[in-house]
Design a protein around this ligand. Structure first.
Ligand SMILES: Cc1cc2nc3c(=O)[nH]c(=O)nc-3n(C[C@H](O)[C@H](O)[C@H](O)COP(=O)(O)O)c2cc1C
Length: 200
C-alpha cells in the first residue's frame, strides 16, 4: 500500500480529465507520495455476462472468480484497488453518468460484491480507505448532473472497503482545453491530490 492509483476514465485522449489526472498526480508527488496513472481506454475490458458464475464459484478467488478473468485486463485493474494506499478517479460525465468503458469495468466488480456478501475475507477484510474523484461535465448547469455517477462510484468502491470523499465537480468544462484555461480549478485539483495522499 505504497502508492496512489489514479484512473483516467475518458474515451478522449489528452482532454480535461486526462489533464485532471496529471494534476492529481502532481499533488500526490508534492505531498511526498508516488502516483500511477491508468488510462482506462488503453485496457481491454469485456462486459459482464451476468452468467452467475461468480455467485457459485465461492471456492475461487481473484481472476478465477469470473469466466472472463483470463480473457481481458479487468482483473489487473481491480488488483490496483486491492493494493493502492488511495485511489483517485478523473472522469467526464457522459449522458448524466460515467462513460461506458468505465461502467463496463464497474459492472465486472459484481464478483467482489458477491464475495463481500458471503464475508469472504480476501475481499471483506480489505483495509478501509478513502477514494477521491474529479468529475467534469460540459453543461454549466443541471442540479442532478453528477448524481448518477457519484452514486455508482460510491457503491462500486464499497466493494473494496473504500469510502468516496465528496467529489470535486467541474461544470462548463467541455472543449478539450477548457480545464487548462482555468488555473483556479487546476490548483484545486492539485490540492485534492495532496490531500488524498496526506490523509490516506
Ligand atoms: C458521449 C458524450 C456524452 C456527454 N454527455 C454529457 C452530459 O450528459 N452532460 C454534460 O454536461 N456533458 C456531457 N458531455 C460533455 C463532457 O462531459 C465534457 O466534454 C467533458 O469535459 C469531457 O471530458 P474529457 O475532455 O476528459 O473527455 C458528453 C460528452 C460525450 C463525448
Amino acid at each position: 500500500m505504497d502508492e496512489a492509483v489514479i484512473f483516467a476514465c475518458s474515451h478522449r485522449r489528452d482532454g480535461n480529465t486526462d489533464h485532471a489526472a496529471r494534476l492529481m498526480a502532481e499533488g500526490v508527488n508534492v505531498a511526498g507520495g508516488h502516483a500511477e496513472i491508468i488510462y482506462l481506454r488503453n485496457h481491454k475490458v469485456l462486459p459482464c455476462l451476468a452468467c452467475g458464475y461468480c455467485c457459485e464459484a465461492v471456492d475461487r478467488r481473484g481472476r478465477e472468480r469470473c469466466v472472463l478473468g483470463a480473457k481481458d485486463e479487468a482483473f489487473e485493474l481491480f488488483a490496483k484497488l486491492f493494493s493502492a494506499r488511495t485511489v483517485l478517479f478523473a472522469s467526464p460525465i457522459y449522458f448524466y453518468h460515467l462513460p461506458s468503458l468505465f461502467k463496463t469495468w464497474i459492472d465486472r466488480s459484481q464478483q467482489f460484491w458477491t464475495a463481500r456478501q458471503t464475508g469472504e475475507p480476501w475481499v471483506a477484510d480489505l483495509p478501509r480507505r478513502t477514494a477521491h474523484a474529479v468529475l467534469a461535465a460540459g453543461r454549466p448547469e443541471g442540479a442532478r448532473l453528477f448524481e448518477g455517477a457519484a452514486l455508482t462510484l460510491k457503491y462500486f468502491l464499497h466493494n473494496f472497503n473504500m469510502t468516496l470523499a465528496e467529489p470535486l465537480l467541474l461544470r462548463g468544462i467541455d472543449d478539450r482545453t477548457d480545464l487548462a484555461d482555468r488555473s483556479e480549478l487546476e490548483e484545486r485539483i492539485v490540492e485534492l491530490g495532496k490531500t488524498a495522499w496526506a490523509s490516506a
